[in-house]
Design a protein around this ligand. Structure first.
Ligand SMILES: [Zn+2]
Length: 395
């Protein structure tokens, strides 16, 4: 049984339960782990448990039915503050104004802390306007006073205030710096949960002020269960295909439903058994998929997806060749069976293909030209197979 229906993060729940029982829960936490694995869901469920009016917080079992639990679900709890990148309005980062508010709010503000934090209102204004807030119209000054300010207020309903900062790895430096004081001297009883997937984009000063809670990527089986339980897919085989493409992320799996990635995988699985003879066909499919997006980060992400599909096939081959039990969906299994029947080389040649693919990913991260990279990689894989005595099957 997973904690509150959140798959794969029971240990993290145990950590909080244990600390709550002993009355020594910290104040600032950094939830770190790949995107799309349930960190935000976990944070919200934890907030619900802490606010629940029915069950004791230390049980970590929100009833889901009391007014407070319902408010958390509806995002209307007055003491829960959730911020993140405002992507709906084209923003790419968390700006300082989201933390300390705009100029007008600071002049009316009596809190000493806030006055210190907004000592340079001109900077806050510029940032806010650059991010699209209309200060003249009063967006910020009348409607938003900033997270740090709100946390310093007396709780409206519960015994504490809770803040969840999603996309904490997308905070502008000046926003992160504005948060430091609150992290250092959090208002009594308050809890801050920062959520991030890229530790390298978290300022060391933020990192060191938070207790880091690591979240692992989910196993394919866990992703499969989430997909089936949520009703996102109907059949077990469909769920297995998506899980195998997702690298442990439910978000990626959901993004691949009916998407191009599933088509690509089908094509790659069709071509892999014969690609030693016709590497250019596979290279063309890969290149067309990878070069479809216009910007370079998206192209690299596509390349990683292709590499993952191919790695998955080689891993399955290796496991089945060495008698390790593993489950595969029908498409992957057909490819693996065909390739193994004709694979005259030993396990070392399969490992060589895995190594060569991992090298390609490393080269990509070192900014190699994608087209050259794809051609060389696919050619090398074909050579490894031919040198290993691979027989091209007649399909
Ligand atoms: Zn409740």
């Amino acid at each position: 049984m997973s904690w509150q229906g959140i798959v794969g993060h029971d240990k993290q729940a145990d950590f909080f339960r244990c600390n709550l029982e002993q009355g020594r829960l910290g104040s600032s936490f950094l939830f770190l782990g790949s995107s799309g694995i349930g960190k935000r869901k976990f944070a919200l469920k934890l907030a619900q448990a802490l606010f629940c009016q029915q069950n004791d917080a230390a049980q970590l079992q929100p009833c889901g039915d009391c007014p407070a639990c319902r408010q958390v679900l509806a995002d209307t709890h007055p003491d829960l503050h959730l911020i993140g990148v405002d992507r709906a309005h084209g923003k790419r980062s968390i700006i300082k104004a989201q933390l300390v508010g705009g100029k007008k709010s600071s002049t009316h503000e009596s809190s000493q802390n806030l006055e210190q934090q907004t000592a340079q209102p001109a900077v806050a204004d510029t940032t806010a306007m650059a991010a699209g807030f209309d200060i003249q119209a009063g967006d910020l000054s009348t409607h938003y006073q900033g997270l740090c300010y709100q946390l310093n207020l007396k709780p409206a309903q519960a015994s504490r205030q809770i803040a969840i900062i999603d996309d904490a790895d997308c905070m502008q430096d000046e926003a992160a710096n504005a948060l430091l004081k609150t992290l250092e001297e959090p208002p009594v009883g308050s809890i801050l949960m920062l959520i991030a997937s890229n530790p390298q984009k978290i300022l060391p000063t933020i990192h060191s002020r938070c207790q880091t809670i690591l979240f692992q990527t989910l196993a394919d089986e866990q992703v499969k269960h989430v997909l089936l339980d949520s009703g996102a897919v109907e059949t077990e085989d469909q769920a297995r295909v998506l899980a195998s493409l997702a690298g442990g992320s439910v978000e990626i799996a959901l993004g691949a439903v009916d998407g191009k990635l599933v088509e690509l995988r089908q094509e790659v699985c069709d071509l892999l058994p014969v690609f030693a003879q016709q590497p250019q066909r596979l290279a063309a499919v890969v290149e067309s998929y990878v070069s479809a997006p216009k910007d370079s980060p998206a192209q690299r992400q596509c390349f990683q997806q292709v590499a993952d599909v191919i790695l998955r096939v080689f891993h399955l081959m290796l496991m089945q060749r060495t008698g390790v039990e593993c489950s595969a969906d029908q498409i992957a299994q057909l490819t693996v069976t065909t390739m193994l029947q004709n694979w005259k080389g030993d396990e070392e040649t399969i490992i060589a293909c895995i190594d060569r693919t991992l090298d390609a990913v490393t080269q990509l991260n070192a900014n190699a030209n994608i087209k050259t990279l794809v051609d060389a990689w696919i050619d090398d894989l074909a050579q490894i197979q031919i040198c290993g005595g691979y027989m091209i099957p007649e399909l």
